[in-house]
Each structure stands twice: as C-alpha cells, then as structure tokens.
Design a protein. Structure first.
Length: 88
C-alpha cells in the first residue's frame, strides 16, 4: 500500500482518481489490492475526486452555533421601544 499517497489524501482530504490509478498501474491484475486501498481511504475519510471536482474551492459554511459569535457585539439588536408607528 502506498503510504505517501494515503498521507497526501489525509492532508488534503481527497485524492485524485488519476493519482490512485497511477499507484496501481496494473489494477486489473490485482483487484484485491485496489479494493483494500479503497477501503483504507474510506476508513480514513479520504474522498476520491475527479480533477474537475478538486479544482473547485468551496467556501466552508459557518456552523449556526458560530454565527452569533461571529457577529458578536456588532450585531444589531432590536429595541423593543422601536415600533413602526413612530415612522412618519
């Protein structure tokens, strides 16, 4: 098993499908080893992506629990004395 490839996958969270196939140039002759490698990747939470997928850089979502913290003291809180009736 290619430990440097697994480490690269851990670092990035994914591997390119081409990287995996390059590590197993004769995969059709040893399907069991390739299956074992894929199992290892799955156990470690490493995704297999196409080149196009990995080039996308999605912006991570802010978990709802952090939204209030991120706004902090800059968040505007409604004043209960404000009302629409005071608007002329």
């Amino acid at each position: 098993m290619d430990s440097s490839l697994i480490q690269r996958g851990r670092d990035r969270g994914y591997l390119h499908a081409d990287e995996v196939m390059a590590a197993f140039p004769h995969a059709e002759d040893d399907i069991a080893s390739l299956d074992e490698f894929y199992l290892t990747l799955e156990e470690q939470g490493i995704e297999i992506r196409d080149e196009e997928e990995s080039d996308e850089h999605p912006v991570p979502e802010t978990p709802p629990s952090l939204l209030g913290r991120r706004l902090g003291s800059h968040a505007h809180r409604a004043d209960p004395d404000d009302s629409l009736s005071s608007v002329s």
